[in-house]
Design a protein around this ligand. Structure first.
Ligand code: SF4
Ligand code: SF4
Length: 291
């Protein structure tokens, strides 16, 4: 039998709703069982050591599998959720030997020894909803916290609220096949251009309606959803072509505006979510806007 090389991975959950891992559990091809049990690509298997939502273990036994201080840079750290910084007590991942382990300290400690970090979801990538004003927990993105502590490690961001399972699975497969993405394969906020390279607006099937001025006036109307809050012109993702739930539909297809869930400006600068974009606040409008 051909040898299978193991790639250990640790998945921490910080300030999050667990929606990102639930989205991944809905992966279709490969499905989650194949992802956890089989090689993701021939001869290479991700050995998921720690994932609070899916692992059977708990307490000190579960925490004991986290790579210790002696571990070389041989594992991938996946982080879901923001990092609360106002107090370590706002997010604890457990307790060992009577000592509390805060998300803030553990994420930084593991990141400093990881081969690479994958931020899954908008909260770990950019702060997301936990970091929305007034942000009482002092939530920050992992990258911000690492920079503040002077920790240097390659970080790939897979934002989304939640992210599409393909974006994560294909990124992992790509890393296993080709190594870490080159700088020119990522955009200026660390997202793989393969998935986040074009605006929703460029790919939207309702773009002809926008161009023709056929704009919905209220939720539920036919036509382009720009006036009822669609953030497609400033949102970079492939949802219109990839679609969700195994290719069944996507937000605009279900007559709901894109709320820009993959963007660093989500949610504060894109709010109110169901009102027309406040163009003055946003730096990257990819269309001729309409009044
Ligand atoms: S504004 Fe939204 S609904 Fe209208 S064309 Fe752009 S992405 Fe599609
Ligand atoms: S269409 Fe917009 S809101 Fe919907 S999942 Fe894609 S990026 Fe997020």
């Amino acid at each position: 039998m051909a040898e299978v090389r193991e790639f250990p991975a640790v998945w921490l959950q910080g300030g999050s709703c667990s929606g990102c891992v639930v989205s991944l559990l809905n992966a279709v091809s490969p499905n989650i069982r194949q992802l956890l049990v089989d090689p993701v690509v021939p001869g290479r298997h991700v050995s998921l050591l720690f994932q609070p939502t899916v692992m059977a273990g708990s307490g000190e036994v579960a925490l004991s599998v986290l790579p210790g201080e002696e571990a070389a840079r041989g594992f991938i750290l996946v982080v879901e959720g923001s990092i609360p910084t106002a107090s370590p007590h706002y997010c604890m991942i457990g307790e060992t030997g009577g000592q509390e382990l805060s998300m803030l300290d553990k994420a930084c400690e593991l990141a400093s020894r990881a081969l690479a970090v994958v931020c899954v979801g908008t909260c770990s990538s950019f702060g997301g909803i936990p970091a929305a004003a007034p942000n009482p927990t002092g939530s920050k993105s992992l990258k911000t916290v690492l920079a503040e502590r002077g920790i240097s490690v390659p970080v790939v961001c897979i934002p989304g609220c939640p992210p599409h399972p393909d974006w994560f699975v294909h990124t992992v497969a790509n890393v296993l096949l080709n190594g870490l993405p080159a700088a020119d394969a990522l955009d200026d906020v660390g997202r793989p251009l393969e998935f986040y390279g074009r605006t929703i607006h460029e790919q939207c099937p309702r773009r002809p309606d926008f161009d023709a001025g056929k704009l919905a006036k209220k939720q539920g109307d036919a036509g382009c959803l720009y006036h009822v809050g669609c953030k497609g012109p400033v949102t970079y993702a492939d949802c219109p072509t990839r679609m969700w739930n195994s290719g069944v539909n996507w937000c605009v297809g279900a007559n709901g505006p894109c709320i820009g869930c993959v963007e660093p400006s989500f949610p504060d600068l894109l709010s109110p979510l169901y009102e027309k974009i406040c163009e003055e606040r946003l730096p990257r409008l990819a269309c001729t806007t309409r009044s």
